[in-house]
Design a protein around this ligand. Sequence first.
Ligand code: UT7
Length: 339
Amino acid sequence: MGIRVLGTGSYLPPKVVTNEDIAKSLDTTDEWIYSHTGIHSRHVAGEGESTSTMAVKAAQAALESSGVKPEEIGLIVVATSTPDYNPFPSTACVVQGALGCVNAGAFDLQAACAGFVYALEQARGFVNFYPDKKAVVIGAEALTRILDWTDRSSCILFGDGAGAVVIGNDEPPGVASLKTKAHTILGADGKGAHFISRTGGCKDALPLAPTGIPAKTPASEPELVLMGHDVFAFAVRTLSKVARDLCEKLGTCPEELDRVFAHQANGRIIEAVARRMKLPLEKFWLNLETTANTSAASIPISLDQAVRSGELRDGMKIVMVGFGAGLTYGGTYCTWPEL
Ligand code: UT7
């Protein structure tokens, strides 16, 4: 009884780009990429696909597995850094229309790769407040659309895809349910905003025309800045600290965890986190060998794969933990599927 995940879904586009494919036009090799990241290939959104179309497919699968009807949904949150439109309408509104969730409010949430953990927390608050309503939480990204495919140090890292969960409260009506079972930490360190950034926003003033009004200028090519070493160190430090702090808050220890769903940016980051937490690597769900870093989609895709393969079962103690541009970080401890 209480707030719980009622269903999961995910979608990976069929087009696959391997490291060898990238090495045909860039000075790199499968050996370098795999040994430095743990990535062999990634899925890439194709013609007619976008963040919203992938989000819709993942959400439809989650709705189907939950048995919840689109009209029962009261809120849709899409965590993404690669919305269909920049910045409006929100991808969540496009998804709401496509799903036929006529009773749902919808908004996008931008917390980069930690976005799913942030979005889940917002939706959990909503469902807690409106116990008769259900929510869809989606992490969806078309990152390959914003990469500089001539920059070998960043374009090799990312892939596209979407994952979704349906959450709801199955307390009997009238039972006040401020007793949630999950425990969450959300945080940020804006001093590291320059570690991962993308230009093309509204930060800079436009030049003025002689009339004194802004002159319309051709938009310059947005640029992705990635300070890999700094992000790597932050990720290792933060993922292990958040997971440990969550366990400590609950009077338990990492060894008691059955599974860790950590944001997958680089396999070496996960290995270092496992060492710091003194946990065997087998406790970490790993799929980045074939998905690469799917940012906000990485945790919900992993959850869905783990549920469907039977490796994530009811009653398991898990931690979901992410970090990303901002810098953002967040983690949730729960006894699956209770939130
Ligand atoms: O989700 C948040 C975003 N994710 C991240 O920010 C990822 C975090 N960081 C990382 O995963 C790693 O820092 C990278 C994979 C990005 C880089 O790995 P690294 O082991 O830190 O390599 P490096 O940046 O120290 O580069 C070592 C060398 C350099 O050559 P020189 O200067 O030593 O001659 C690079 O130019 O490797 C070179 N290099 C490559 N060589 C072949 C960088 N990328 C490549 C490549 N192929 N793709």
